[in-house]
Design a protein around this ligand. Structure first.
Ligand SMILES: C[S@@+](CC[C@H](N)C(=O)[O-])C[C@H]1O[C@@H](n2cnc3c(N)ncnc32)[C@H](O)[C@@H]1O
Length: 228
């Protein structure tokens, strides 16, 4: 991919930036938050990285100027996921590709603890919420592990926290990941999951062809090629 220009929207601390940089393409990576500082620490040594703080609704580049645009783990956390998608789509060159994912919405997803509790937790002071999560999660890890052992993945979903004992992590790392990901679930101001049908419509209305939209590990994963 050397010589290509890839735009990464909402890069966070840069775990996917690291992978993109290995393609040899020029990576234009941005995030709304100071997570860009963490990305700089993690990937700032790479000469093909162009990192900046920015907003998906106001991308500071001409339209149709990227060979590929990628946005993972972000759309549901914007106030208007469809408008955010359209903003990304506008920046793909004719013949270029767009890859996104978004949390999935269906009847079962609305029954998750996070959607029951978020009306309260998303309004809480973030420091207080984090302290609360850091206190409660370690207590609930054995209970969640018990549910997973006897009832599988569905059982683990009965718990209001996320934990990763099944991955065989050392217990301290599992505790840290559980605290961070549980906080990540309850704290965002926005969490707007989408249906498969909606994401397919987004791609077709934005002029993408050869679209592949399906359920994946983070909900719905979609990719498509912009009509030349
Ligand atoms: C769950 S994180 C995902 C980060 C990264 N893509 C990853 O998977 O590790 C969501 C990211 O979207 C960013 N974000 C939210 N709204 C944004 C916006 N309007 N423009 C750019 N980034 C945004 C947040 O700051 C956060 O870093």
């Amino acid at each position: 991919m050397e010589g290509e220009r890839i735009l990464e929207a909402g890069s966070g601390a840069g775990r996917f930036t690291e992978v993109l940089l290995k393609t040899g393409a020029d990576i234009f990576s941005f995030d709304y938050s100071i997570a860009v500082e963490a990305n700089l620490t993690n990937n700032g040594n790479m000469p093909n990285l162009h990192l900046f703080q920015g907003d998906i609704f106001n991308i500071p580049f001409p339209q149709e100027s990227f060979d590929k645009v990628i946005c993972l783990g972000v759309l549901q956390h914007t106030p208007e996921p469809e408008r955010a998608f359209r903003s990304l789509a506008r920046h793909v060159k004719p013949g270029g590709e767009l890859v996104v994912d978004v949390y999935k919405a269906n009847f079962l997803s609305w029954l998750q603890w996070k959607y029951l509790l978020r009306p309260v937790t998303k309004r809480m002071n973030k420091d207080k919420l984090y302290k609360f999560v850091a206190r409660v999660v370690p207590i609930l890890i054995p209970f969640t592990r018990f549910l997973r052992t006897f009832l599988g993945r569905a059982g683990a979903r009965l718990s209001p926290i996320i934990e990763y004992t099944h991955l065989g992590l050392p217990s301290e790392i599992n505790r840290d990941w559980a605290v961070l990901d549980t906080f990540d679930m309850y704290s965002p101001a926005h969490d707007h999951p989408q249906s498969l049908k909606t994401v397919k419509r987004w791609f077709s209305e934005a002029g993408f062809d050869g679209t592949d939209v399906q359920y994946g590990s983070n909900g719905i994963v979609g990719r498509g090629k912009k009509l030349a």
